[in-house]
Design a protein around this ligand. Structure first.
Ligand code: G3H
Ligand code: 13P
Ligand code: ZN
Length: 313
């Protein structure tokens, strides 16, 4: 059942758990995630980055998400992730495809972030679409979502209080030490949980954790399995993600939406490599991406259990 983000996250906020928000850009990712949501009776957020929209198109992605939502009784949110370009966010809201959008003004000066977010909130709410905003800047380099380490900064709790009051957003993404991609930490992985608790106490609303992939040993090992055959062994060297223990602390401290992309990419790519190496003669795409869909389901299931949203749909 298709749902807006606000009611799903309000329930999570009251119940003190988090809902998984998974990035999709093709059919197999969506089907893998939905298999997990269905099996665990979990609410789920399918989200598309600006990069995904450029790759596949809003309409194709919406068709996949809407069919997925129709097939289950549990809530499915279709969300635009990291909308940095207000024109694209406006297009997403007006398209009628998305039940939720993120306006990411985190790279802008505070006043400008408030102004743009407020404008999107007014337009989106008129159409029943929820809005996630971001304050503070999360590091990491991806295709369209890119913040150099020197430009990243943590969310100021007092500023967060004023920001949500002045913008009327439904959820707030906070910067507390995570980063996008697989290279999140140079030293010991740690998050500023005290800061998070303060933000939660002052905002009393659903909070979002980006850059939350675990990049665990199993995923790194799976990806490296066939690197000799494919002449690419350095890709995951030095990769380090957010541990399960840190995720549990973040949920206890008030996180209600957790974004996962990199872990799905790792699992998907490892499965494709493995399929190609095991059956080098195949020319059937289903035999190549089918196992990747199963690998995605397994990762998504693990996340839903970890976030505490299994059985909450
Ligand atoms: O931050 C979210 C996604 O990981 C963005 O990745 O821009 O390469 O689709 P992308
Ligand atoms: P990861 O790169 O840690 O998976 O984060 C994804 C994300 O935050 C998407 O918005
Ligand atoms: Zn993100």
């Amino acid at each position: 059942m298709l749902s807006a983000l606000a009611p799903v996250l309000q329930k999570a906020h009251r119940g003190r758990y988090a809902v998984g928000a998974f990035n999709i850009n093709n059919l197999e990712l969506a089907q893998g995630i939905m298999a997990a949501a269905e099996k665990l009776r979990a609410p789920v957020i399918l989200q598309t980055s600006e990069g995904a929209v450029a790759y596949a198109g809003m309409d194709y992605l919406a068709a996949i998400a809407w069919v997925a939502a129709e097939r289950v009784k549990t809530p499915v949110v279709f969300h635009l992730d990291h909308g940095k370009d207000p024109v694209l966010v406006e297009r997403a809201v007006k398209s009628g495809f998305y039940t939720s959008v993120m306006i990411d003004g985190s790279h802008l000066p505070y006043k400008e972030n408030v102004r743009i977010t407020k404008k999107i909130v007014a337009m989106a709410h008129r159409r029943g679409v929820s809005v996630e905003a971001e304050l503070g800047a999360i590091a990491g380099i991806e295709d369209f979502v890119s913040v150099a380490e020197r430009d990243a900064h943590f969310t100021n709790p007092e500023e967060a209080r004023r920001f949500v009051r002045d913008t009327g957003c439904d959820a707030l993404a906070v910067a507390i030490g995570t980063a996008h991609g697989v290279y999140k930490f140079k030293g010991t992985p740690t998050l500023d949980i005290r800061r998070l608790r303060k933000i939660k106490a002052l905002t009393k609303m659903p909070l979002v954790l980006h850059g939350a992939s675990g990049v665990d040993q199993k995923l790194r090992a799976a990806l490296k399995d066939h690197c000799d055959d494919l002449h690419d062994c350095n890709r995951v060297k030095d990769a380090r993600g957010v541990s399960d223990a840190l995720i549990r602390s973040a949920v206890r401290a008030g996180i209600n939406k957790i974004n996962i992309d990199s872990d799905l990419r790792l699992a998907f790519t490892a499965a494709v490599r493995s399929a190609l190496v095991k059956d080098a003669k195949t020319v059937d795409p289903r035999k190549i991406v089918g196992p990747a869909r199963d690998a995605v389901a397994e990762v998504a299931m693990g996340k839903m259990k970890l976030f505490g949203c299994a059985g909450k749909g």
